[in-house]
Design a protein around this ligand. Structure first.
Ligand SMILES: NC(=O)c1ccc[n+]([C@@H]2O[C@H](COP(=O)([O-])OP(=O)(O)OC[C@H]3O[C@@H](n4cnc5c(N)ncnc54)[C@H](O)[C@@H]3O)[C@@H](O)[C@H]2O)c1
Length: 375
């Protein structure tokens, strides 16, 4: 069976995991053909570990090598759309780590490139393959719980230690990471929040920066959302609670779904009778599922589980929550992307990113060189 020839740019924590999954043959639709990391030490380690795989320090060289037809981007966030644009323009299919970028305006270029060459553009939103959420979606779509009236997700079990935040110069800084819990840990949940409940019409958010750790970005966030149909929603995330909670309630006019501790409980009423659906989570490998789906989409035209056109929604939620918190106001969707970028740029300029020489002018168009630094 033919496998898609794939390369990985950014072979740190998660890039290494993707590399070994593919190299071991576990991802049956993909063949690892190239690796790229601009950290010299990391690149030489990779040469030792993967002796039969070409290792590059420049992603442009890897993309232009003719050795790959698809790429996984697992670098720090700001680089995602830059590398995606370069790849898509050359007709190379892209599987980007989440988030697709730090600010929605940075996605204009990759989307334009995608339209030009028609290469696939997908996101590693691995939790979309968790059956618990798939079951919840089926129940909502079946109409069993009726029109949605309220939702509430407390997702405070993203606990991170101070050591974690010190582990990489780009972490927890506006300049390096571009945000905190909403940008790095909770994108999966923001995505699933909109996947199950839809996009709100306006939100109000309070994002507490450096409340629980000595960091400049938010480590606690509360979003209040209002939807077109009158539904209200809350989303609370934190990286500072050792005994965190993960409880998602979706309430409809005729019933309710609760997702907690790997279990789904749905109670609903039909023709005066009470019904109950219970479902327990199964072991699953979300990363592998997304990798294989990406390969099948390229090889056989299978529908992408997480196309970039949908993955952008979690970034819209994240950016508009920041905008609301920074201004202390409700933000209507679609939000003012230019205003968001202006306020983000101010934070980037004052950022105390450790060991990064990333440029600070986010407005400049040709940021290719600027972001190709040692993080
Ligand atoms: N989907 C998931 O479950 C999941 C899990 C962890 C991380 N992530 C995401 O993956 C991305 C990477 O996170 P990480 O924890 O692996 O970070 P990391 O710092 O461990 O790895 C990033 C790697 O990118 C390399 N790099 C930086 N600039 C580069 C450039 N210009 N060219 C080539 N390589 C470059 C660095 O040297 C480093 O090895 C982030 O977007 C993060 O949000 C996703």
């Amino acid at each position: 069976m033919r496998r898609v020839k794939i390369g990985i740019v950014g072979v740190g924590n998660i890039g290494s995991a993707h590399a070994s999954t593919i190299y071991s043959g576990l991802a049956s639709t993909l063949e690892l053909c190239a690796l790229c990391d601009n950290d010299e030490k990391r690149a030489s380690e990779l040469k030792e570990e993967y002796r039969d795989i070409e290792v590059y320090s420049s992603y442009e060289e890897m993309i232009d090598s003719g050795k790959i037809e698809a790429v996984i981007i697992s670098t720090p966030h700001y680089l995602h759309p830059v590398i995606a644009t370069y790849s898509l323009n050359k007709g190379i299919c892209v599987l980007s780590e989440k988030p697709l970028g730090v600010y929605t305006l940075s996605l204009k270029e990759p989307f334009e490139a995608q339209k030009k060459t028609n290469a696939l553009y997908a996101a590693m939103l691995n939790q979309r393959t968790d059956k618990l959420f798939i079951e919840a979606k089926k129940i909502i779509d079946s109409g069993k719980i009726g029109t949605l009236i309220r939702n509430s997700w407390i997702i405070t079990n993203w606990y991170r230690t101070d050591e974690y935040y010190q582990s990489g110069g780009w972490r927890a800084t506006w300049q390096g990471e571009g945000g905190g819990v909403l940008m790095n840990q909770a994108p999966h949940n923001l995505d699933l929040w909109q996947y199950l409940c839809g996009m709100p019409k306006r939100i109000y958010a309070v994002c507490n920066e450096g409340k629980l750790h000595d960091i400049e970005v938010e480590d606690e966030a509360t979003i209040y959302a209002e939807y077109e149909n009158g539904m209200s929603g809350t989303f609370i995330a934190s990286t500072g609670e050792k005994y965190g909670t993960n409880r998602f309630e979706i309430v409809g006019a005729k019933g309710k779904i609760v997702l907690e501790k790997g279990k789904l409980l749905c109670q609903y009423e039909k023709n005066g009778e009470e019904y109950k659906i219970e479902y327990s989570d199964e072991e699953y490998n979300g990363h592998l599922n997304i990798l294989n789906n990406f390969g099948e989409a390229i090889l056989y035209g299978k529908k992408l589980i997480a196309p970039a056109t949908e993955a952008v929604n979690q970034l819209i939620l994240c950016n508009s929550a920041y905008l609301s918190s920074w201004k202390g106001e409700w933000v209507q969707l679609p939000f003012d992307e230019g205003e968001f970028l202006e306020l983000l740029s101010k934070r980037v300029k004052n950022s105390k990113a450790k060991g990064t020489q990333v440029g600070t002018n986010l407005f400049e168009n040709s940021y290719k060189k600027k972001w190709s630094t040692n993080w």
